[in-house]
Design a protein around this ligand. Structure first.
Ligand code: SF4
Ligand code: MG
Length: 329
């Protein structure tokens, strides 16, 4: 059967005064019911832009979807009307962001905001919406939820505000939750609590989730599969265990080597040299070649296509097998 959600060969560019930035260059990934896909990459790799294209919230202009499909339950969302897209947003696919403060309206109590979604979109009465808002706030484990309906966003701590935004996202029972850097702005302890909450919710509600992050450290306990993005491409795609055990793309290997490890206590962390490319002038051949410790002449000359490594793993590297089998870490 088909996938719940499938991005197929998506190309997006930003047209600016300085030129055309190729921000998404042939991204394909899929999500099945109930599973969690982590999309990993540095800022500017295109992970958020892909999510915004799925949600239909790309700013146009200057963002232009050049080609590709985004199929949800077999229908291509990109060929649907704005009204049809609006129906999908929230009820089928919902999104949460890094910054809850800007996602929430500062001038209304949170209970009212959650209730408003339920009144407008689900046609609930005032009383039912209020009751459901309390249930949602309890679902995301906000203590004394019923007493906090009248509180404004600024009256919540960062972590609690993130929970309010998650409650709003869940109001219409979406089948897919896209979480874009949901814990980046929080301190480490609160990050872990929010990740635990998301893991519980996806299990209890049987939601599928796309977890967008630049932090490989947060995905291990939550994701089933990981897609690693670089310069608007997916450079490696694997189940979590294989990817951690034997990364098959030099970029992934570099990301793993820059995670603090207890067993390497005191040792200098390696980081990936250089900077991500300017998307108006993406390097020839493999876009990672200026930064890659494995680079050969073929990398400068020839764009690497996905090499299938078995078990559904792919790596867009000419030397994927050698990199995977090189255990020097
Ligand atoms: Fe490095 Fe070449 Fe592989 Fe690109 S194709 S990641 S430059 S080894
Ligand atoms: Mg982003």
């Amino acid at each position: 059967g088909g996938h719940l959600l499938e991005v197929r060969d998506l190309h997006v560019e930003f047209r600016t005064g300085e030129g055309v930035a190729k921000v998404i260059n042939g991204v394909s990934y899929h999500l099945d019911a109930g599973e969690t896909l982590a999309v990993l990459g540095e800022s500017g790799s295109g992970k958020s832009v892909t999510a915004q294209a799925i949600m239909g919230i790309l700013d146009t202009p200057p963002a232009v979807i050049r080609s590709g499909q985004i199929r949800y339950q077999g229908r291509d969302l990109l060929s649907q009307s704005e009204e049809q897209r609006r129906q999908v947003r929230g009820t089928e696919i919902a999104m949460i962001f890094q910054d809850a403060l800007s996602a929430l309206n500062p001038t209304f109590p949170v209970g009212w905001q959650i209730g408003e979604t339920l009144r407008q979109r689900a046609g609930m009465s005032r009383g039912d919406a209020r009751q459901r808002a309390i249930e949602l706030m309890e679902l995301v484990k906000i203590p004394a939820a019923a007493n906090r309906l009248g509180d404004y966003p600024h009256q919540f701590s960062g972590g609690m505000r993130q929970r309010v935004m998650i409650a709003m996202a869940l109001a219409l029972n979406p089948k897919v939750l896209i979480a874009d850097e949901p814990t980046t702005a929080l301190d480490v302890t609160v990050q872990a609590q929010i990740m635990d909450l998301l893991a519980d919710l996806r299990r209890d509600l049987r939601m599928a989730m796309i977890l967008i992050t630049h932090d490989l450290g947060v995905v291990a306990g939550v994701a089933d599969r990981i897609a690693v993005m670089y310069a608007g491409r997916i450079v490696e795609h694997a189940d979590v265990r294989s990817l951690y055990k034997s990364p098959a793309h030099p970029y992934t290997k570099g990301l793993l080597e820059s995670i603090p490890r207890l067993d390497f206590h005191g040792q200098q962390l390696s980081t990936i040299r250089g900077l991500p490319p300017n998307l108006m002038r993406i390097p020839s051949g493999c876009p990672f070649h200026p930064r890659c410790p494995y680079v050969q002449q073929v990398c400068v000359d020839v764009v690497p296509h996905d090499l299938v490594l078995g078990d559904g793993r792919t790596s867009a590297c000419h030397f994927a097998q050698e990199v995977r089998d090189d255990r020097a870490r």
